[in-house]
Design a protein. Structure first.
Length: 291
């Protein structure tokens, strides 16, 4: 399912940071060494992030995008027009900003999504019911996470989470969610990890959310007594393990995304569930790497 191409009438409160007379660097969420994390400031930076996504998703993971995206060598869709784009930039790299962006995340707040056509994850999971169960909460969607191979290090991941955390606090978000992926389109190849998620961290009660019925693939592929937790965690992509460390839950049912050559699960992370250890590490005010 794809979103119709959206007009670029971004609300004033979503205007990119750094364009309202702020001093240079005022929109930076965090720094470690030569790396910094901040939002994309203009279309040029968003297009550079899309090229990073193309390198990871197409050249590395064999995704098949639209003909226009493949021709332009950029991963883009309609949601890019309404999302904020979190970047990790390496200022030590000489050249233009296109050369300095090494990682990215796509962030979408509930009020923007509902006004502009919905969440990306709703094409695979029944997000509307989750939102309806929490009329007093504000959700944000995380998506399109990727980092260039040479930068898949602890400090890059820390900066991405610093940015997500600072963004959530800035906008008063109550919970995060988003699709996370296993490589390949055969869930049975990930039976151990998927079964562990199903039996141990399934979102329940008011947080329960399921894959869309027509796309649903069972994650209960092994009996609980046959699951070795340590081996299951070792078999998971680093991004999913990172979510679990923060206190995330997982929706019921997986979805095969043939275009991206992945098996997707839905991550659900209430802000209140984030481990105190991580809140203390990043700072209750997101100040850990802000200086």
């Amino acid at each position: 399912m794809t979103l119709e191409l959206l007009n670029r009438d971004i609300p004033a409160d979503q205007a990119q940071a750094g364009t309202a007379g702020k001093p240079a660097g005022a929109d930076v969420f965090g720094r470690i060494g030569t790396l910094e994390t901040r939002l994309a400031r203009n279309d040029r930076e968003i297009e550079a992030a899309q090229r990073i996504r193309y390198k990871v998703f197409v050249e590395e993971m064999n995704a098949t995008l639209s003909p226009d995206a493949m021709r332009l060598r950029r991963d883009f869709d309609g949601w890019d027009l309404i999302c904020d784009h979190l970047l990790v930039v390496d200022n030590a790299i000489e050249g233009d900003i296109e050369d300095q962006i090494v990682g990215t995340y796509r962030l979408l707040r509930q009020e923007i999504a509902l006004a502009k056509g919905g969440f990306y994850s709703a094409s695979e999971f029944m997000i509307d019911q989750l939102i309806e169960n929490h009329p007093d909460k504000r959700f944000m969607e995380l998506g399109r996470s990727c980092v260039l191979p040479d930068y898949r290090t602890k400090r890059t991941v820390e900066l991405l989470w610093q940015g997500n955390w600072a963004y959530a606090l800035k906008h008063g978000m109550s919970a995060m969610f988003g699709c996370a992926s296993f490589h390949g389109v055969f869930p049975e190849e990930h039976a151990l990890a998927l079964s562990f998620l199903h039996h141990n961290v399934a979102a329940r009660d008011e947080w329960a959310v399921r894959a869309r019925p027509e796309l649903y693939h069972n994650m209960d592929l092994m009996p609980t007594e046959g699951i070795n937790g340590r081996k299951a965690l070792a078999a998971m992509p680093p991004l999913i393990k990172g979510y679990l460390r923060l206190g995330a839950m997982v929706g019921q049912g997986a979805v095969i995304d043939h275009a991206f050559n992945t098996t997707d699960v839905l991550i659900v992370l209430p802000i209140a569930s984030i481990s105190d250890r991580y809140i203390n590490y990043y700072g209750a005010d997101a100040g850990r790497f802000a200086s």
